[in-house]
Design a protein around this ligand. Structure first.
Ligand SMILES: [Zn+2]
Length: 265
């Protein structure tokens, strides 16, 4: 009852900030050197657990990054050098606060950073990924982590991302992966309990399988599946709590440059 009244009276964005502030108060209790968060550069004796089936040492007590956030941060930084690049137009869906802090600080001529979510509690811009209000070929980079399992029309979302990326531009896509051959989705699965039981999370619309790359390739993306954790030693992976690869693989989707055919002479 009290929970319901609290939900009615306090906007969702405030509730999230409040929850995170309370969690952050506990950060000093976690001080130590066993783990390092590459997003906020702080070290801890342990991280918070996370998930319905608890994953120990998953969430940074200070910046709230998860295993996948830290892998993505390493990739953006060390592989793409995004934080030091000029002129990038970036669209960031379901933005992780730990990354928003870093991506929104990029400055310089031509830089544009758009954080986006369909729920105004989670981002500064309310944008439906199935209908992105930007012109064709606009963005250099789209970051889209753990979104496509949740949207109603995945094909429309992928189409839209492809449309607004510049030729040669990238989308970095992550999702919860199963070892099923084909992505599993069943319209008969409707309730939160059924979704949790069948898809592993209460708000998923589907559980992606080994065909995830081909689902992205259908619109024209060239897709590279990257387990970026493996670039690092086992010791580094454990120290930064980079997860087990189920949620942390990066699908690097490139929109090809158009082929210019020369007129016959
Ligand atoms: Zn952190």
């Amino acid at each position: 009852m009290i929970k319901r009244i609290y939900k009615c009276l306090v906007p969702e964005s405030w509730r999230i900030s409040l929850r995170e502030s309370v969690m952050r108060l506990a950060a000093p209790l976690y001080c130590g050197n066993r783990f390092i968060c590459n997003c906020c550069k702080r070290s801890f004796r342990k991280f918070f657990p996370k998930g319905h089936i608890h994953r120990p040492n998953a969430q940074c007590p200070y910046c709230m990054s998860l295993e996948r956030t830290r892998v993505l941060d390493l990739f953006l930084d060390r592989e793409l050098g995004v934080y030091d690049k000029n002129g990038l137009k970036i669209l960031h869906f379901a933005p992780e606060k730990a990354l928003v802090k870093k991506l929104s600080k990029i400055s310089g001529p031509g830089v544009e950073y758009v954080d986006a979510d369909i729920n105004p509690a989670f981002a500064g811009n309310v944008i439906d990924i199935e209908s992105i209000p930007f012109e064709d070929d606009y963005f250099d980079l789209i970051v889209c982590s753990h979104v496509l399992g949740h949207v109603k029309d995945e094909a429309a979302a992928v189409d839209e991302m492809y449309r607004v990326i510049k030729p040669g531009g990238l989308a970095l896509v992550m999702t919860l992966l199963s070892d099923r051959e084909d992505t599993f989705e069943d319209p008969a699965i409707k309730t939160e309990e059924e979704r949790l039981q069948n898809y592993g999370e209460y708000d998923l619309q589907r559980l992606h399988g080994l065909d995830f790359s081909s689902r992205l390739e259908k619109v024209g993306f060239s897709v590279e599946e990257i387990d970026y954790r493996k670039k690092f030693s086992r010791q580094f992976q454990l120290k930064h709590a980079l997860g087990d690869g189920v949620r942390e693989k990066i699908f690097k989707c490139t929109k090809p440059q158009p082929v210019i055919s020369r007129p016959a002479t």
